[in-house]
Design a protein around this ligand. Structure first.
Ligand SMILES: C[S@@+](CC[C@H](N)C(=O)[O-])C[C@H]1O[C@@H](n2cnc3c(N)ncnc32)[C@H](O)[C@@H]1O
Length: 253
């Protein structure tokens, strides 16, 4: 099922949430959190495509305070802790938070919705925020990014990944430039609602919330991925149909 949003007639490029349609605050991943862990732990898209890209953008995290926003089952947190980071994280799904706690006993995890202010995180207290594969589920992304900007230290960085907008458009068609919420059922039977939005929208949301883009990666699968799934490896090595990863830094101006 897919619905269209009103076409934007605004002259200002400052992005605003379209409350006419929304993903909402239901914890969509909660019912299949354990299955997601199985899927993402060694699976092609997460282990061989998204995580290597975001971890590369995060760089050396040893001794750093890293906030894993929408931490899922703790796969990133586990790797960040192994690299010497002090990890805190949160997720909308209570089961995901349990899985993170089991996986990373030294981490600090809680249930929290990105739609709410991070009032338990002090200003300028975090070296890096990771926002992996969740942007598309958040309705008011500007408010969320503003909060993430607030908690980052001036020399910190936000690393995010999202579905590649070109791939989204190739799959769903319609007007590439028009953000809209779609609903679909994934191959494992997971019913998902999420935003499609052009690359420009993500860049403008980052600009509007005080970030400068430092790097944009269109990841390719790792060499090891060729043995995991040769057909997918071949396809994602030439097509922009997977994910996109961005490193953005607080704009000092
Ligand atoms: C695709 S998973 C990614 C998990 C993790 N970041 C990773 O890459 O392994 C998306 C996660 O975002 C969480 N999520 C979705 N909407 C959220 C929201 N509004 N606030 C917090 N977490 C949310 C889901 O519960 C799920 O754990």
């Amino acid at each position: 099922m897919s619905r269209r949003s009103e076409p934007s007639q605004r002259e200002s490029p400052t992005p605003k949430p379209n409350f006419g349609e929304a993903v909402g605050s239901e914890a969509q991943y909660d019912v299949f959190a354990d299955e997601y862990l199985e899927h993402a732990r060694d699976g092609f898209y997460n282990a061989h495509y998204d995580r290597p890209a975001c971890l590369a953008l995060l760089g050396d995290v040893a001794g750093r305070d890293v906030l894993d926003a929408a931490c899922g089952p703790g796969l990133y947190a586990e790797e960040l802790a192994a690299r010497g980071a002090r990890v805190s994280g949160f997720d909308q799904s209570a089961r995901m938070v349990e899985l993170s706690r089991e996986r990373v006993p030294g981490g600090n995890f809680r249930v929290h919705d990105l739609g709410e202010p991070l009032d338990w995180v002090a200003d300028s207290s975090v070296d890096a925020v990771l926002l992996a594969l969740v942007l598309e589920y958040v309705d008011d992304r500007v408010a969320m990014l503003r909060e993430l900007r607030r908690v980052l230290r001036p020399d910190g960085a936000l690393v995010l990944s999202r579905p590649h907008p070109t791939g989204d458009w190739l799959r769903h068609g319609g007007n590439y430039f028009e953000p809209r919420v779609i609903e679909e059922v994934w191959s494992r039977g997971w019913r998902m609602r999420y935003w499609l939005a052009p690359l420009e929208r993500t860049c403008e949301e980052l600009r509007a919330t005080g970030f400068l883009l430092e790097r944009v990666l269109e990841p390719r699968p790792t060499a090891a991925a060729a043995h995991v799934d040769p057909e997918r490896y071949e396809r994602l090595s030439r097509e922009p149909s997977g994910f996109l990863a961005i490193r953005a830094i607080p704009d000092p101006r």
